[in-house]
Ligand binder design. Structure first.
Ligand code: 4AD
Ligand code: MG
Length: 460
């Protein structure tokens, strides 16, 4: 039996046919003769208006129906006299799947996002989170579509990793030892007795394994969860977030930038084309410049410049920063946002960072001081992508690892790619939630992932 969604009923179903709709009640209002029920099933931001005529359905039978209840409604779909909706449903039969009493937390409209974060199990039932998670889905789908259509292989890299040398951030340990009963040899925990016979962690990035794939499959991408045990209690950090990491054989930094820009524009355009209703809602509700900003990103080239040039701009401005800028220090979010939002007024790609503030695997430039790194910076977000051309020369790579204290013996498998048929290659990581933040115009990253993980929070 086909079960038409409310999206289908609102936009496509023939008027003057008998249909059945199922969904959750957003509101019920009415008078002595009729009730109007706004029904939503998550397929669209719009509600189906159900008209309950007490001449056809006993008022007593629907008296208990309030916000949050779940119903199955059968009736005649008719053209709606009301503005803003093509059709409405004249109910002839209502089955109550489940009632919700007055303690239902989403009873009233206008709850704050902070309050709704505490109700993460129910917040899907609000317009805002319905919109956000439909957009999130569309973007995830578009990511796979983009890479599939461009000949990339989706590579599943491990979530549990034996390498803790990637240097992208603090890691969560994975063990089956009970905290107080780990075997100790000579005063240190003996992980050779642990499940994997070694020390293991949750991955911070799929890049190193992605590179192994690229050195045989040519063009690969990963799209999976990554984990960072940092005490970053900010609106842009999560302890568990999703990352997309393309890695491409024979690409240099220029190709890498072109890929990043094309990819981001494709995704923004996909959302504008496929999530119109949801974006219009978010635009109206939270940020009236949202759609304009998305269109602006599509219409303009990203500004490309080196880290060194950026430092000169930041030093020359009269703008007051909390943190001082100096060549060789990492840029703070306030610096990134100044460049994007005030100086250039568009997305920026910074390249060629000092080697000491970037990871060991980035290709060393001939100046011996900078590496072929790139960060893509977005308005309102700061860094949305981090990537680089990789150091493909064995000797240079080993020298960098030694200098940075990265154990070459542990990463023997990574070094093998440089020993056997090495090739220039490049890649980057896009933080999925930062992308969803940008596209939805939400301002806190905890509101764009269904169940956010951050310090002191993993309750559901
Ligand atoms: O710049 P990052 O650390 O780069 C890497 O992990 C590389 N291995 C990527 C690569 O070259 N394949 O992280 C990449 C992106 C950042 O630009 C940011 O968008 C996002 O991941 N990100 C986070 N998003 C949410 N919460 C966090 N704690 C994040 N840390 C990084
Ligand atoms: Mg980074």
């Amino acid at each position: 039996m086909s079960r038409p969604s409310i999206l289908h009923l609102l936009n496509q179903a023939e008027p003057n046919t008998i249909v059945t709709a199922r969904g959750w009640v957003r509101t019920r209002r009415g008078n002595k003769a009729v009730s109007f029920i706004a029904l939503n099933d998550g397929s669209t931001i719009h509600n189906l208006q159900v008209v309950v005529d007490y001449a056809k359905i006993n008022e007593e039978d629907i008296k208990a129906i309030g916000t949050g209840a779940c119903l199955k409604v059968t009736g005649l779909l008719v053209e709606s006299p009301a503005a803003g909706q093509r059709v409405e449903l004249q109910a002839t039969e209502i089955e109550i799947y489940g009632l919700a009493d007055e303690t239902f937390p989403m009873q009233k409209k206008g709850h704050t996002l902070e309050f709704l974060r505490e109700q993460a199990h129910l917040r899907f039932r609000t317009n805002t989170f319905g919109a956000v998670f439909r957009v999130r889905h569309a973007l995830a789908f578009a990511i796979h579509k983009y890479y599939n259509d461009n000949g990339y292989i989706y590579l599943h890299t491990p979530i549990i990793t034996g390498s803790d040398a990637e240097g992208a951030g603090a890691m969560f340990r994975v063990t089956t030892f009970e905290p107080n009963a780990a075997p100790v040899t000579d005063g240190v925990v003996d992980f050779s007795q642990d499940f994997f016979g070694r020390s293991t962690h949750l991955t911070v990035s799929g890049q190193l394994e992605g590179e192994l794939g690229a050195m045989a499959l040519g063009k690969v991408y990963t799209f999976g969860p990554t984990f960072r045990a940092e005490q970053s209690n900010t609106s842009r950090h999560l302890a568990e977030f999703w990352m997309i990491e393309p890695e491409v054989a024979f690409n240099d930094l220029e190709d890498n930038m072109n890929l990043a820009e094309d990819f981001l524009k494709y995704l923004v355009n996909y959302a504008l084309e496929h999530c119109k209703d949801d974006l219009e809602f978010l635009n109206k509700q939270y940020d009236t410049t949202l759609i304009e900003r998305l269109q602006f990103v599509l219409a303009n080239d990203f500004q490309r410049l080196t880290y060194t040039e950026a430092i000169e701009i930041l030093k020359a401005t009269k703008h007051k920063f909390e943190f001082a800028v100096d060549w060789s220090t990492d840029l703070q979010s306030e610096h990134e946002r100044y460049l994007v939002e005030q100086h250039f007024g568009r997305p920026v790609i910074l390249t060629d960072y000092p080697k000491d503030i970037k990871a060991f695997y980035m290709r060393l430039n001939d100046d011996g001081k900078t590496v072929r790194a790139m960060d893509v910076l977005f308005p309102g977000i700061g860094e949305i992508i981090g990537g680089s051309q990789r150091e493909e020369r064995y000797d240079q790579l080993v020298a960098r690892m030694d200098a940075m204290g990265v154990p070459t013996d542990e990463l023997w498998w990574y070094l093998d790619t440089r020993k056997f048929g090495t090739a220039p290659h490049a890649g980057f990581g896009l933080g999925f939630e930062r992308l969803v933040l940008f596209v939805t115009g939400m301002t806190n990253i905890r509101d764009v992932i269904p169940f956010p993980r951050f310090p002191q929070n993993a309750s559901f």
